[in-house]
Design a binder for this molecule. Structure first.
Ligand code: 6R9
Length: 649
């Protein structure tokens, strides 16, 4: 197992502690430390109790059916996710409460109360139905961060269709792969999106992506308007507004879904070139999402909650849409970049709407650090009471900066470790109970049994590192990989029988706190985005000049990790700066801008083991300057040979 050794060095030196402020503890939803033990003694009873916070059409007969690696939760129960996220709040005192406060990048904004959101969701559900969408159909969604995105997801949930959101930063090829894998016949997109004042050509990408797929219907939200210059294809494309205007104003009856019916697919990168469609079901997922809003995020009716993620990733699914809305919260949703028009945009939003809970990524915090505290100090952030981070390990300096400059040393920080596959936060402090240590996600949340184990699967002693594992099923766990149960078994349950392997390394300290060390597989975490090395390698070798490519993640001050590609070119091709630029652009076009390599190093040969495995650890050492200084080419094969002698198979 190879993990980030720099991180291990820093975290072993970290000994600061932060107890929950007394005032926070006193008002917290979860403030009895006994909850951990009670949940551990009977996790099923704990989860059943939490499930009682949702509205069920039919109660479940059995909490858990566990046939490893397959779990069924709340067996026999029936509910609807959109009903829980919207309709039930329309009937009580939250009817006119703000559900979504949306801020567009150019400065436009909209507020949807629960009642207004409900009406839009109902209309969108009527619209999907009129387009022939039925329960169980997959709807691919490729939208910017505009209100129509959560509305579409909730409309799918309302009729029982399965949504598959593809992040708007993905290129046409990536979108096509996901459409094909999910076998969708309908795509919801926008004419274009705004990013730093420029247009993201979503419809253009969508036109390219649907060729050769079974998509016969595209609904286009006119976000940008004329400037986007898009054409609707007669018979295939529809204008969102025109369709919505034709729908009846009558309520749409929520489809009673079985707890185990699929709510959504979300594709994520793995160790092969093909992304996995992670399958989440309705009951367990919603119980997990809802519970963590109350426990980890201490959500209250008065809160104004702002999560800076994009709904194209799991964080946005759980912590912009299903978690906060099922808890009846007010959610702030922002469309654009943190530095548009200036570097204080997030703080401007916090002040403008009186945000109380702010959830972001370590890479953003490191960017704010680089920009300097003056942008934060321009604004009154006194409404903030709780901060959170997600997506990658946070380095203690970034944690402290967040604590001092944003939280003014008053706000607990919840560092939440979880994955697309886990559905909701698994390792995180309960802010009214758990003492925090900068850089540690602390301990598993109640009802989750996490451990750190050695190669044989034995628990390590405190003070040691190993594989992070989850030993018991939990409600919001993935159920399978769409269309590939074998891959589900092998990837997550193949190493240790009946035990979930997330693919992260971890260190357990003397207080049994967990420190995540990073991925142990071929997944790179660039600014919190998971990118498979194989995906980038496949894109590179698809270029006519490239013979072979090996891609690694090297540590990067702001992004956490950056992509370095080692490339051998074909006979007669000149490896020059122009080709570097061309290959970087080629990857961005094939996958999306977040996969653009930071650097490309040409080499006459790739270092391989005798069993022909690329020696990634060697390449990482080279990229991080431990072996060759700042060499940018490995042209001399004898250098590679010499290097190989430093490493064993
Ligand atoms: C929610 C999300 C999952 C991977 C995960 C791990 C890394 C996420 C983290 C963290 C350390 C945290 N990760 N949160 N590492 N501390 N608080 O990010 O899902 O995109 O599937 O990524 O991200 O490596 O395995 P996803």
């Amino acid at each position: 197992m190879s993990v980030d050794s720099n991180r291990l060095d820093t975290l072993l030196k970290e000994n600061r502690r932060f107890a929950p402020p007394e005032a926070f503890r006193a008002q917290a939803n979860f403030n009895d430390p006994g909850i951990y033990e009670r949940a551990a003694a009977d996790p099923e009873a704990y989860w059943a109790e939490q499930a009682g916070n949702l509205s069920w059409f039919t109660p479940w007969d059995k909490v858990l059916e566990w046939n490893p690696p397959h779990a069924k939760w709340f067996v026999g129960g029936k509910l609807n996710a959109a009903y829980n996220a919207v309709d039930r709040h329309r009937q009580g005192p939250r009817k006119n409460k703000a559900a979504i406060i949306w801020e567009g990048e150019p400065g436009d904004s909209k507020v949807y109360t629960y009642d207004m959101l409900g009406r839009e969701v109902d209309k969108a559900a009527h619209m999907l139905k009129s387009l022939g969408v039925k329960k169980g159909d997959r709807v691919t969604v490729y939208l910017p961060m505009i209100p129509e995105l959560p509305i579409t997801l909730l409309a799918c949930a309302k009729i029982g269709a399965i949504h598959s959101v593809v992040f708007g930063g993905f290129a046409a090829n990536s979108l096509r792969d996901r459409i094909l894998d999910a076998d969708s016949r309908i795509l919801i997109t926008a004419d274009a999106g705004w990013r730093r004042g420029s247009l993201v050509p979503l419809k253009k990408n969508a036109d390219e992506a649907v060729e050769g797929t079974s998509v016969d219907t595209i609904v286009v939200v006119p976000r940008v308007g004329e400037k986007a210059g898009v054409q609707l294809v007669e018979g295939r494309d529809h204008d969102w507004n025109a369709l919505m205007a034709q729908q009846p104003a009558t309520p749409f009856e929520a489809e009673p879904m079985d707890a185990e019916d699929i709510l959504f697919l979300l594709y994520t990168s793995g160790t092969t070139g093909k992304p996995k469609g992670i399958v989440h079901t309705t009951g367990g997922y919603l119980v997990g999402a809802n519970t963590s809003l109350r426990s980890v995020f201490d959500i209250k009716d008065e809160d104004v909650y702002f999560c800076t993620a994009d709904i194209g990733w799991v964080t946005g699914h759980t912590y912009i849409v299903y978690g906060p809305l099922s808890a009846g919260a007010t959610v702030v949703m922002y469309e654009g970049a943190p530095d548009f028009p200036d570097r204080d945009r997030f703080w401007d939003i916090v002040e403008k709407y009186g945000v109380t809970i702010f959830y972001t990524a370590p890479t953003s915090i490191r960017t704010f650090m680089k920009w300097g505290p003056q942008y934060v100090e321009k604004h009154n952030l006194s409404t903030l009471r709780l901060l959170g981070t997600v997506g990658e390990p946070i380095n203690p300096e970034a944690w402290m900066w967040f604590h001092v400059h944003v939280g003014k040393e008053q706000c607990p920080i919840v560092d939440t470790w979880w994955q697309t596959e886990t559905g909701c936060a698994m390792i995180a402090p309960l802010p009214g109970i758990t003492e925090t240590k900068p850089g540690s996600a602390t301990r598993p949340v109640p009802g989750i049994l996490v451990d750190v184990v050695d190669e044989q699967g034995n628990s390590v002693e405190p003070g040691n590192g190993g594989y992070l594992v989850i030993k018991k099923p939990w409600p919001s766990m993935l159920r399978t990989v769409w269309g590939d149960d074998e891959r589900f078994r092998n990837t997550y349950f193949g190493k240790f029988e009946g035990i979930y392997l997330p693919g992260d390394g971890a260190h357990l300290d003397e207080d049994n706190y967990i420190w995540i060390l990073g991925r142990i597989d071929d997944v790179i975490n660039v600014s919190g985005h998971r990118i498979g090395t194989m995906e980038v390698e496949s894109a590179l070798v698809a270029h006519p000049s490239v013979a072979e490519a090996a891609v690694i993640g090297r540590s990067h001050d702001v992004k956490g990790q950056a992509i370095t590609a080692f490339v051998t070119v074909k006979e007669g091709i000149e490896a020059n700066d122009a080709l570097v630029a061309e290959l970087k652009q080629h990857v961005a076009t094939a996958i999306g801008a977040m996969a653009r390599p930071e650097e490309i190093i040409f080499t006459a040969e790739l270092p391989k083991t005798r069993s022909a495995k690329i020696m990634r650890r060697l390449l990482r050492d080279i990229a991080e300057g431990r072996v060759l200084g700042d060499t940018t080419t490995l042209a001399d094969p004898s250098v590679v040979e010499q290097l190989k002698t430093l490493y064993k198979d």
